[in-house]
Design a binder for this molecule. Structure first.
Ligand code: NAP
Length: 229
């Protein structure tokens, strides 16, 4: 398979690269700044050319188009829109709207930009899978603690975009899902998170492998349960 992964410099994205590379796939790793990811560079160097690194800030339309152009005419079988930021955790009376906009731009518009830019490649692919890494914090029904305005709103917006995308692309055989990776020990999840990045990614890969057409438009968690919107 040819797989594109955004936000591949560290955390969950880097682990996706590592594991798909181990399985022998072609991995197109998109990162904001290739010079700042020595771990990814080392992985790519050991891949016999099967893992390639591409600069792509997902808040940039131009970067998304450049990524598409740099892939040439390769088919993309699986796109994992993983890049994301937490933004500031703000109290209701201290909202930083510029930060909220940045979070929405990265987490909700970023996956749209990259998906649209790569649609011609995805249409050439054989499996036609698009996975958006969302969050339990994007679930409206699961929000019983409030706060985290920018992050929660951005992931809820991503969920809605994914649902529309699933409908729009269903007749072409695409499977589009959002996935909650759990609370994972990464720079974002912090050291108290209960789940390791290795386990979260391993289980998400099982879910992705087993995706069925009737699951398109759903919100899944890494253990395979359907998550409430
Ligand atoms: N960890 C958790 O507990 C948890 C829980 C639920 C959902 N998630 C979601 O899982 C995904 C990965 O999170 P993580 O835990 O691996 O976080 P992380 O360790 O903070 O890594 C975030 C990744 O996203 C990249 N990124 C951020 N902004 C970007 C931009 N504008 N363009 C391109 N790449 C950008 C970062 O690149 P740089 O190195 O350039 O900054 C980095 O590679 C995110 O979508 C996150 O919301 C995580």
């Amino acid at each position: 398979m040819h797989i594109v992964i955004t936000g591949a410099s560290r955390g969950i994205g880097l682990e996706f690269v590592r594991r798909y590379q181990e399985q022998g796939h072609h991995v197109e790793a998109a990162v904001r700044d290739p010079a700042r990811s020595p771990e990814l560079a080392a992985l790519a160097a050991s891949s016999s050319g099967k893992t390639r690194i591409h600069p792509c800030d997902v808040t940039s339309d131009q970067d998304a188009r450049t990524l598409a152009a740099s892939l040439g005419d390769v088919p993309v079988d699986l796109l994992i829109n993983n890049a994301g930021i937490l933004g500031k955790m703000q109290a209701l009376d201290q909202l930083d709207y510029a930060d909220i906009l940045r979070t929405l731009d990265t987490n909700a518009l970023g996956p749209l930009r990259v998906t649209v830019a790569l649609l011609p490649h995805l249409r050439r692919g054989s499996t036609r899978k698009i996975v958006h890494i969302s969050s339990g914090m994007g679930s409206i029904s699961d929000n019983t603690s409030g706060g985290a305005y920018g992050y929660r709103m951005s992931k809820a917006a991503l969920n809605m975009a994914a649902r529309s995308m699933a409908n729009d692309l269903r007749s072409e055989g695409f499977v589009v899902v959002t996935m909650n990776p759990g609370w994972v020990k990464t720079d974002m999840g912090g050291p108290d998170a209960p789940e390791t990045v290795e386990n979260s990614v391993r289980l998400m890969m099982e879910r992705i492998e087993q995706l069925r057409p009737e699951q398109s438009g759903t919100f899944l968690d890494y253990r395979g349960h359907t998550w409430d919107w």
